[in-house]
Design a protein around this ligand. Structure first.
Ligand code: B16
Ligand code: MG
Length: 215
């Protein structure tokens, strides 16, 4: 029986995934590191540090240089999210959050981002979620299950009673490792190992989703 739904943030409730991409692209251009949208796909859901290490592709940098590059990318990202507002919620997101609330299903956020609190506040959905687990909550990031286990614990629910909604391969992997049901948003090449795959949350109704998850 499903008692809670844990949402990823970037790429699920809002399209900040695009801003992460632009931040990394700018950093890569400045550093003369080859990078493009396709390379960015592999970074979806990964922590800031893991994303940078992937981008560097084995090139060595001192810890100080890594810190500086992460900070620079984050500055670009913060610039992009300055204007985030409720209008930036993806289609279907608020409707589903409200439906879950009405159905007595608990709602958590499980985001690898250290900027999750700010984004959630800007989106105006703070009062629609019961708990937020973010980049500060655990040390091992996705694909480790820790972030979603943290969210489930905050909700007071056993993992098997939770569903995770994710747009990233690393996130779906984390959900499965946590022993939770997974809904993947996006192409099957990316999220195909999830129990249910949907293009987005647009038009998604809880009763339909629940039926699909129960198969
Ligand atoms: P920050 P999510 C993730 O958020 C993003 O998908 C990923 O692109 C980003 O690198 C990561 O957060 C860390 O974000 O640099 O803001 O701490 O998808 O788990 O909500
Ligand atoms: Mg995501």
């Amino acid at each position: 029986e499903i008692q809670g739904v844990i949402f990823d943030l970037d790429g699920v409730l809002t399209e900040t995934a695009e801003y992460h991409y632009r931040g990394w692209q700018r950093l890569a251009d400045e550093e003369g590191i080859p990078f493009n949208r396709e390379a960015n796909e592999a970074m979806r859901g990964l922590s800031r540090r893991d994303s940078l290490l992937l981008m560097l592709n084995g090139q060595s940098r001192t810890e100080e240089q890594l810190e500086e590059m992460m900070e620079r990318k984050n500055r670009y990202y913060l610039e992009f999210i300055k204007d985030v507002s409720p209008a930036d919620l993806l289609p279907g997101a608020v409707e589903l959050l409200d439906e879950l609330r009405a159905a007595g299903i608990k709602v958590g956020i499980g985001s690898a981002s250290k900027n999750a609190q700010e984004v959630i506040q800007r989106l105006g959905i703070s009062d629609r979620v019961d708990t937020i687990s973010d980049g500060y909550s655990v040390t091992r990031s996705k694909p480790a299950p820790d972030l979603f286990l943290h969210a489930a614990e905050q909700l007071g629910l056993a993992p098997e009673h939770c569903v995770v909604v994710e747009d990233a391969a690393s996130g779906v992997e984390a959900a499965l490792a946590a022993g939770m049901l997974a809904v993947g948003l996006g192409p099957v090449e990316r999220v195909g190992v999830a129990h249910v795959v949907l293009p987005s949350l647009e038009g998604v109704q809880w009763a339909d989703l629940l039926a699909k998850l129960s198969h």
